[in-house]
Design a protein around this ligand. Structure first.
Ligand code: MIG
Length: 680
């Protein structure tokens, strides 16, 4: 039996994370006790004493959730801070990444879920100060706290997913493989990429346009020098079955005569400072204003701007820099330059040099800047730092709401960098600026179930890694995980080694690997659609499915994907295989390509499984099946092909295959479900 308790504390700000009406509880908060935490008190801005909520952790307790974050599937033993941050160094020492996903489940002596619907800074100490205490400290006690109870972790997660509403569903082509790179400058660069893929027979459905396509980094513009006839070019790419996916940044360039800027100023749609003047930050285009996407009217206006690109044939977008990232603010830069001038000719000692360096480095994303501008939340003026974590959500919601109006019949691809729970209804997210590190392959895997718990199903990491130089083996291993993630995109930063699949010697391996993705699409797409429509997770920790199995409970490098399979990618360089635990008998499937398949039945237990660089290995659970088909060069090509089956069925079993045209939105149409049967 599931139960949802909502405790409304203080004056919560409406986030619209939760879509169901849940009555307020009057009674006392269970599980937790309020305490005054001295350590935390010291961290608060104004020295005010502050209360925390504390839960006594038992030694067997595990903590799952928190969406996009560093570290394990079990989040116990570290301190996290919900504070959406543009940080391209996802090391273990970090406490925040781009999202604020304040949902977790404690599983142990007592099992229950907690959601803190709070858009400001929130410290979640998961056993850091004291190993036996979980401690919740928001900057202010104005929030809705939900306690969720249920029969199992999965049950609690499903209840949570129901109250936050259905996850975003992208067009089907967005399950195809996409190539991206910061630095593709013009039509010719993009043609080269497409040619590289097509000539090598490597499947591809989309190419992403990074900030380089814009005119001086201005949103909703296209550089005419590099794209002289953009609609024609979009059409040319469509003829090749390639979707172009442009980036949109949060900051709007300050430039007289630039339509977006002028309209924003005229209507007062940008965030303002206390004196009523628009806040001036700086990002790629230099000085910018930030659209007040927390204001309904401004949001509507900004969303409608996407029409500029939709009208030219574009069907997908990615929203970036929407924490929002600020390189510097006009005011802070001025003050800093003054201080620097005063330092001229000074004999700086070490401490002064450190202070100098911190001052300059600290110009970006400065808390004082976030505290210096305001939102007009439909009549209420609220300081940005109190609602900081809603900005990316607001921006992506602007787009999502506009798409409903502009293209009511059509699915449009949209995913964001920054997010808050609730945004999962409007778009997906990518995992931001990771690095070409083997550890980030594993981090990618670990983030998947945590994100699914929070409603984010359409997600994936930059395959191959965004920062630093990739190696061919890392890319191959990473893509062997990426073939299972809904968003499958190779993306890299400016200045790094070129990492398009055709840049390497073994293009044949990439062709076959991505071919497996396309071939398995009947399964991948069915599982995605069912997970979205039934509020379920697509990637599950073994602990959620085999709660009685003490080995399964601690596994952090294998996942179940959908109802039928377990995945266990290799994430160590030079390894020719890896240890894998089977919590039940399973059928090992070894693919060299979607046509070259070997299978073997294995009993429950521990194994060392050889997995060569040119292989994908996964496992089918008992009485389950995996529909697949022939591969193709792009998604449309595989649409109508014959369905084949891999299975580990000894009795009789049924599988619900979900098939639709991938563009329309009549998701619940029962005709989309075809039942496949196996009888032995
Ligand atoms: O400050 O647009 O995460 O994917 O390539 C960097 C350039 C801005 C950050 C994104 C990344 C993108 C990059 N952007």
């Amino acid at each position: 039996m599931s139960k949802i308790l909502r405790y409304s504390i203080g004056n919560p700000i409406k986030t619209e994370a939760v879509v169901q009406k849940i009555p307020k509880e009057k009674g006392e908060l269970p599980y937790f006790k309020y305490v005054q935490k001295m350590e935390v008190t010291k961290q608060t801005k104004d020295g005010k004493e502050q209360d925390s909520l504390v839960y006594k952790l038992n030694c067997e307790d595990k903590i799952y959730g928190l969406g996009e974050n560093v570290r394990g599937i079990n989040k116990r033993g570290w301190i996290y801070k919900s504070n959406c941050t543009d940080d391209p160094n996802h090391t273990e020492t970090k406490s925040s990444l781009y999202g604020a996903h304040n949902f977790f489940v404690i599983d142990g002596k007592e099992t229950f879920g907690v959601f803190l619907d709070y858009p400001g800074k929130l410290i979640l100490d998961m056993g850091y100060q004291r190993m036996d205490e979980l401690c919740i400290t928001p900057e202010e006690w104005n929030l809705d706290l939900y306690i969720l109870e249920g029969d199992s972790v999965l049950d609690i997660v499903k209840t949570f997913r129901q109250i936050i509403g259905r996850s975003y569903i992208p067009p089907k082509w967005a399950f195809g493989f996409g190539q991206s790179r910061w630095g593709y400058q013009n039509e010719e660069d993009i043609r080269t990429v497409v040619r590289g893929y097509r000539e090598n027979g490597i499947p591809l459905d989309s190419v992403y346009l990074d900030i380089d396509y814009m005119e001086q980094f201005k949103d909703f513009t296209v550089d005419e020098k590099h794209f002289p006839n953009f609609p024609e070019f979009v059409e040319e790419m469509k003829q090749e079955h390639i979707h172009l996916v442009p980036i949109i940044d949060a900051g709007v360039k300050i430039e007289e005569g630039y339509e977006v800027y002028e309209e924003g100023i005229q209507n007062g749609f940008f965030c303002k400072e206390q004196d009523g003047k628009e806040f001036v930050g700086a990002v790629w285009p230099g000085k910018v204003h930030f659209p007040d996407v927390l204001n309904k009217r401004a949001r509507k206006w900004f969303g409608k701007k996407y029409k500029y690109l939709l009208a030219q044939g574009i069907e997908g977008f990615w929203n970036d820099m929407n924490e929002p990232a600020i390189f510097y603010s006009e005011k802070k830069l001025e003050a800093t330059l003054k201080k620097i001038k005063a330092m001229e000719n000074k004999n700086m000692d070490m401490w002064e040099v450190f202070a100098f360096r911190d001052m300059v480095m600290g110009l970006s994303n400065h808390p004082e800047d976030y505290a210096s501008f305001y939102h007009d939340m439909d009549g209420t003026i609220i300081c940005h730092d109190k609602v900081h974590n809603l900005y990316g959500y607001g921006m992506t919601r602007a787009a999502g709401e506009a798409f409903e109006e502009l293209e009511p019949e059509k699915r449009i691809l949209i995913f964001s960098r920054s997010s808050y729970i609730g945004m999962h209804r409007y778009g997906g997210i990518w995992m931001g600026d990771n690095q070409s590190w083997w550890s980030h392959l594993l981090l990618n895997l670990k983030m998947l179930p945590s994100l699914n718990m929070c409603g984010f199903l359409y997600t994936g990491a930059d395959l191959g890694g965004f920062g630093s130089n990739v190696t061919e083996d890392l890319l191959l291993r990473w893509m062997a995980l990426g073939i299972f993630t809904p968003l499958m995109r190779n993306h890299a930063a400016l200045g790094t080694r070129e990492q398009e699949c055709y840049q390497f010697t073994q293009t044949e391996l990439f062709r076959k690997l991505i071919g497996i993705r396309y071939g398995m699409m009947p399964y991948i797409y069915s599982e995605y659609m069912k997970a979205a429509l039934n509020h379920e997770m697509l990637f599950l920790p073994l602990a959620f499915v085999y709660p009685e199995d003490r080995h399964a409970k601690e596994i952090e490098d294998q996942l179940l994907m959908g109802e039928s399979i377990m995945i266990a990618p290799v994430y160590t360089q030079n390894a020719t295989g890896r240890y894998i635990y089977l919590p039940e008998p399973m059928k090992l499937v070894r693919m060299k390509s979607i046509e070259e398949i070997e299978t073997e039945i294995l009993e429950q237990g521990h194994y060392y499984i050889e997995i060569a660089l040119d292989e994908v290995v996964f496992f089918i659970r008992p009485e389950k099946m995996v529909p697949y088909t022939e591969s193709g060069q792009y998604m449309e090509e595989i649409q109508e092909k014959e369905i084949k089956l891999l299975h580990f069925v000894t009795g009789t079993a049924e599988y619900k295959l979900y098939q639709d045209n991938g563009y329309e939105k009549d998701y619940e149409n029962p005709n989309h479900i075809k039942k496949l049967h196996v009888e032995n």
